[in-house]
Design a protein around this ligand. Structure first.
Ligand code: ADP
Ligand code: F6P
Length: 320
């Protein structure tokens, strides 16, 4: 393959820039040409495509967001949208595509693959919810951002002897809540993957108060219910001086951590290796610390993301 393109799609994630940089630089190193597509699949269909040179990806490794911009573009789920996209790729003489995004974006890559156009997926989302990889680009930065907020909330929670419900993103996955919850010493973690009993939560807070505990932190994944609803339901079991903090999109921005930058760079390099060999229809990932590639059809149709629920059990044991 001599000419490839990259796009970023779906929710942005810190480290997407590092991945796009790695793809661009590695491809140029291998003697290939690289094109950048703006605004994900929307830009693909519109032909918002330009050639990338080495300098175009300079000074972005440390930046959050994506210099290629992103978009949610439901029209790409239609055959018409997909064929228009392929037409644009052919017009520019592009032979392979790297898609950096979440599982929705992977479905776009899968559709292109099924139409015979080689696409390789790189997992980029703060949610860490993509099958075929233990970690996604952006997850490590996101949990560190949550952690920073949790440490700050703990200060004020202690001063006022309050209970805080901290709602974090993650769509339907509890990974962010689980990791940041354990790292931040949360008293309770509530995730969609595990049923919970509000009465037990209330009892736990009350017991902590009796022991003289000043703060109580509840880490709530958005996939369970909104933070305010949770706090209202909790208040039916007693007065816990509760407050709610919804961290929201703050968790999606910021400079990527070293881990995310390295992971993104490794994924980018691997994606180019695959396309160079003419291999498409794959998604890259990291499993047991090894960079791997798997069939995108099989990954999406048979793979299932499972968060590390041992963190949940451990937290119950050590948060008392
Ligand atoms: P993410 O990639 O972060 O999961 P989305 O679910 O919004 O985010 O998906 C990103 C984009 O991928 C969508 O806006 C759409 O353009 C494309 N996409 C999503 N689902 C499909 C599908 N079934 N077929 C083709 N393209 C899809
Ligand atoms: O997939 C990333 C994510 O930030 C989810 O955690 C969240 O549910 C969703 O995207 C928010 O989407 P939007 O930015 O479109 O509001």
């Amino acid at each position: 393959m001599k000419r490839i393109a990259i796009l970023t799609s779906g929710g942005d994630a810190p480290g997407m820039n590092a991945a796009a940089r790695a793809v661009t630089r590695k491809a140029i190193y291998e003697g290939m040409e690289v094109y950048g597509i703006n605004y994900g699949y929307a830009g693909l269909v519109a032909g918002d495509i330009r050639k990338l040179e080495i300098a175009d990806v300079g000074d972005i490794i440390q930046r959050g967001g994506t210099f290629l911009y992103s978009a949610r573009y439901p029209e790409f789920a239609t055959q018409e949208g997909q064929l228009k996209g392929i037409e644009q790729l052919k017009k520019f003489g592009i032979e392979g595509l790297v898609v950096i995004g979440g599982d929705g974006s992977y479905h776009g890559a899968l559709a292109l693959t099924k139409h015979g156009f080689p696409a390789v997926g790189i997992p980029g989302t703060i949610d860490n919810d993509i099958p075929g990889t233990d970690y996604t680009i952006g997850f490590d930065t996101a949990i560190n951002t949550v952690l920073d907020a949790v440490d700050k909330i703990r200060d004020t929670a202690t001063s006022h002897v309050r209970t805080f419900v901290i709602e974090v993103m993650g769509r339907n996955a509890g990974d962010i809540a689980l990791w940041a919850g354990v790292a931040g010493g949360a008293d309770v973690i509530v995730v969609p993957e595990q049923e919970f009993d509000m009465k037990e939560v209330a009892t736990k807070i009350a017991e902590g108060r009796e022991r003289g505990k000043k703060h109580c932190l509840i880490m709530l994944a958005e996939g369970v219910m909104p933070g305010h609803e949770f706090a209202e339901k909790l208040s039916e079991h007693g007065d816990f001086h509760e407050r709610v903090s919804v961290l929201g999109h703050i968790v999606r921005g910021g400079s990527p951590t070293a881990r995310d930058r390295v992971l993104a760079s490794k994924f980018g390099g691997k994606a180019v290796d695959l396309l160079k060999e003419g291999k498409g229809g794959l998604c890259v990932g990291i499993r047991n610390e090894e960079i791997v590639a798997a069939d995108i059809v099989d990954t999406l149709e048979n793979g299932k993301h499972k968060p590390d629920m041992s963190l949940y059990t451990l937290n119950q044991e050590i948060s008392l």
